[in-house]
Design a protein around this ligand. Structure first.
Ligand SMILES: [Zn+2]
Length: 206
């Protein structure tokens, strides 16, 4: 898996210091600053501590099966801003290298919020998932206008990889919010409407 994050700290310096502090018990394989400068902290074959309590496609130990990339951004707590062009360019280049080295299926390229819905909102609704998909990184759904909106949302989210009750101990609404933050960022309310259903259906067709 490939898990994308934002640092959620006031400055890049503070984030880098924390990621390099053994006492903080957090780490990531890479951090990308807003100007595109990329820091490698942990070799890809080694486990880093970026995902925490998490779930994807039946597996809880996401750290054991993923590469984690942090993007410098103050995040929702300290003033969430759009990701910088140079930063996204560097991210796309790095992701292309990583998927060339490791067999990572597009559905397994996710945000931290996708694997830890009740705790996390990063990389957040401003993250350009569609643009990455156009570069071959991850997926983006193209729903047909005539697609039937009536699907079992919980079962469909689970089929895609999301944790839903009773497999996980958080409410379905948290998972729906995570799905919306990734695939339908214009409205993140935790309520699966017809558009969410069409997007989910399109994702499962890919
Ligand atoms: Zn994170």
């Amino acid at each position: 898996m490939l898990v994308l994050h934002y640092t959620g700290m006031r400055t890049a310096e503070a984030a880098l210091e924390r990621l390099c502090d053994p006492a903080a018990k957090v780490s990531a394989h890479y951090t990308i600053d807003r100007d595109g400068t990329t820091y490698a902290h942990v070799p890809e074959e080694r486990r880093a501590w970026h995902a925490g309590v998490s779930w994807w496609a039946g597996a809880r130990d996401v750290n054991a099966r993923s590469i984690g990339i942090e993007l410098v951004n103050p995040g929702h707590e300290f003033g969430y801003v759009a990701f910088a062009e140079d930063q996204i360019g560097a991210l796309i280049a790095l992701c292309c290298e990583i998927v060339a080295r490791h067999p990572i299926a597009p559905r397994r390229i996710v945000g931290h919020s996708d694997v830890a819905p009740p705790r996390k909102t990063d990389p957040g609704e401003l993250f350009p998932w569609r643009r990455l998909a156009m570069e071959g990184i991850g997926v983006w759904p193209q729903p047909r206008d005539d697609a039937e909106g009536m699907i079992d949302v919980a079962a469909s989210l689970a089929r895609y990889g999301y944790g839903v009750p009773p497999s996980v101990d958080w409410p379905l609404g948290d998972t729906i919010k995570a799905f919306q933050r990734h695939f339908r960022p214009s409205c993140i309310d935790g309520i699966a409407d017809g558009e969410c259903a069409r997007l989910l259906g399109a994702l499962l067709d890919l």
